[in-house]
Design a binder for this molecule. Structure first.
Ligand code: CP
Length: 312
C-alpha cells in the first residue's frame, strides 16, 4: 500500500484496508529511531479559513516532531482572500512556493476537493464545512480500536447536531465499511443525520449487517453502547438564530446519567465541548475525549510520514 503523495479528502476515498493500514503504522512512527528527522526538509502549508485549536496545533506539532516545518495562514482575513482572490488561486500560489503538503480547513463543503484539484502536491482535508473531517475520523477510529479492541461490531451513539457535524458524517461513513456495527443517531428532528447518509446506512445494513436507529434521548441508549460520541451544536452553521438558541443546550451529559453504562464504555467528543458534557463527567472512568484528542497527534504524525514518503 502506498500513500506517497496521496490526497486525504473524504473517508469515502479510503478503503477499510487502507484505514486499517494507516492505523497499524502508528506504533512504527512513534517508536521510529529517526522519528525526529523523518520529514527533514519537508514543509506543510497550513491554509486555515476557519478557527481551530486541535487540528491546527496537532498538525503543527506533528510536522515539527518529524523534523519538518510549517507555513501558511490561520486567519484568511489577513490574506488576499479579502481582495476576492479565489480559493483556487490561493491554493495555486502555495502549490508553487515549495511546500510539500497542504492542510486546509474551509467553511465550504467541497473546498478541500477543489484545493486538491488545484494543487499538484498532496492536500489533507482538515474539515470542509459540514461535509467531512477525515483526519478526525482516523483518530476517532484509532481511539475506538484502542479502547474496544476492534472496529467490527461496535455499538456507538452519536449525539447532537448530526446535520451540520462533519465529524459524525465522516465517522459514520467510515464505520459503514466495517461489519455488524450498531449506529444510534440521537438528535432533535431538525438536526437529524442527512438523508444521504441514512440511505448509505440502509445499504450497509444489507451488505455488512449494520443496524441503525434515529432517536431523541440519550438516556434511553447509554446502557447499550460501547462508545457515546457527543458533539456540540454547530452554532456557526445554523442559519436561523431562533433555531440555534432553541438547541444550544438541548443535550447535557452528567455523571449521574452513567450508572447503567457498560464498564468499558467510553465517551468521546471531537471537541470543543460547550455545555453538552458536564465537567463532573471528566472524573469518571468513561471520559476519553482528552486522550482522544491526544491520539490525534499520533495519527497525524503517521499520516504525514506516509504521505510525505518517510515510511511506506
Ligand atoms: N476536533 C476539531 O476539529 O477541533 P478543532 O476545531 O479545535 O480543530
Amino acid at each position: 500500500m502506498n500513500f506517497l503523495g496521496r490526497d486525504i479528502i473524504s473517508m469515502n476515498d479510503l478503503t477499510r484496508e487502507e484505514i486499517n493500514y494507516i492505523l497499524s503504522r502508528v506504533p512504527e512512527v512513534q517508536n521510529h529511531p529517526n522519528k525526529a528527522s523523518l520529514c527533514n526538509d519537508k514543509v506543510s502549508a497550513m491554509l486555515f479559513f476557519e478557527p481551530s485549536t486541535r487540528t491546527r496545533t496537532s498538525f503543527e506539532v506533528a510536522m515539527r516532531n518529524l523534523g519538518g516545518k510549517i507555513g501558511g495562514f490561520y486567519d484568511a482575513n489577513i490574506t488576499s482572500t479579502v481582495k476576492e482572490e479565489s480559493l483556487w488561486d490561493t491554493v495555486k500560489m502555495h502549490d508553487g512556493y515549495g511546500f510539500d503538503v497542504i492542510v486546509i480547513r474551509h467553511p465550504l463543503k467541497g473546498a478541500a476537493r477543489v484545493a486538491a484539484e488545484a494543487a499538484d502536491i498532496p492536500v489533507i482535508n482538515a474539515g470542509d464545512g459540514p461535509n467531512q473531517h477525515p483526519t478526525q475520523t482516523l483518530l476517532d477510529l484509532y481511539s475506538i480500536r484502542e479502547t474496544q479492541g476492534r472496529l467490527d461490531g461496535i455499538s456507538i451513539a452519536m449525539v447532537g447536531d448530526l446535520v451540520n457535524g462533519r465529524t459524525v458524517h465522516s465517522l459514520t461513513e467510515a464505520l459503514l465499511k466495517y461489519e455488524n456495527c450498531r449506529l444510534i443517531f440521537i438528535s432533535p428532528r431538525d438536526l437529524a443525520m442527512p438523508r444521504s447518509i441514512i440511505d448509505k446506512c440502509a445499504r450497509a445494513s444489507i451488505d455488512r449487517g449494520v443496524t441503525f436507529v434515529e432517536a431523541g434521548r440519550i438516556e434511553d441508549h447509554i446502557g447499550q453502547v460501547d462508545v457515546l460520541y457527543m458533539t456540540r451544536i454547530q452554532m456557526e452553521r445554523l442559519q436561523e438564530r431562533a433555531l440555534a438558541e432553541k438547541f444550544r443546550s438541548i443535550y447535557r451529559l452528567e455523571a449521574s446519567m452513567l450508572s447503567d453504562a457498560k464498564p468499558n464504555m467510553k465517551i468521546m467528543h471531537p471537541l470543543p465541548r460547550v455545555t453538552e458534557i458536564a465537567q463532573d463527567v471528566d472524573e469518571t472512568q468513561y471520559a476519553y475525549y482528552f486522550q482522544q484528542a491526544k491520539n490525534g497527534l499520533l495519527v497525524r504524525e503517521t499520516l504525514l510520514a506516509l504521505i510525505l514518503g518517510a515510511i511506506t
